[in-house]
Design a protein around this ligand. Sequence first.
Ligand code: PAF
Length: 295
Amino acid sequence: MEIINRRQRMSSVARKIRREQDKSIGLVPTMGALHDGHLSLVKEARQMCDIVVVSVFVNPAQFGPKEDYEHYPRDLTRDTALLTDYNVDYIFAPPSEEMYPRGYATYVNVEGLSDQLEGISRPGHFRGVATVVTVLLNTIRPDFAFFGQKDFQQALVIKRLVRDLALDTEIVVLPTIREDSGLAMSSRNTYLSSEEREAATVIHRALLKAREAYKAGERSAGKLVEAARKTVESEPRARLEYVNVSNSENLEKLDKLDDLPILITIAVFIGKTRLIDNIVLNSSGKKKDSAKAGS
Ligand code: PAF
């Protein structure tokens, strides 16, 4: 395994792999602080592709001024050890000035999809994500890039940018990996004390309550929101930021639930830590979801 820090080197290594060796490349973009959620993406990439690249870059452009960019967990030594066990070929870990050299002025904004849900709570977040992912895809030109469903809206934004910019990468979205308690794996879970970690299990329970109501025949989105809200409110350490029922294909808010694919998203503060999660109802039941430009 080689660790690459320079964009130019990454791009020439990837070009050689494609042109001279005619091998497929899978990219797993991360911000490091790897957990089992990331590793499930790496495993799938390993199965599907000849060469696996994991990028580790804490992207300043996707953090708001009052967010946790400075404190975001960083431990490249630990991440490298983990990725060695998973037989990864390259880690691309550029410093900030490699991704955003002096004078950097071009940003990618996926309109509409970026302005809802997380985009309301975190203005500019998806512009930062879309920009860095575009640079990563252009640098490496992977055949496949892998993302988790935990960041459902992010995956939707990325699929759209790949389609709109006609990038030649297939986006693969894999299910959320949870701890036994139901808590979705997230690098930000490292901020939680053990009491908070226990309290954070209320997030998934809230989603399950909403799903239960839906399965029992409830078709009012407001009632599902109410079921989730009440569950979160039963946990004193939790503060609900939003819970939302929307169309999982375009994120439009839903009132009455019929045969549309339904996405329930939630954002909750546990102490000072902000966590998000989601659940999809009424989906086609596909375990893995993938999309390519033009398809
Ligand atoms: O999901 C993440 O870790 C980040 O948003 C990503 C996709 C690596 C872009 O910085």
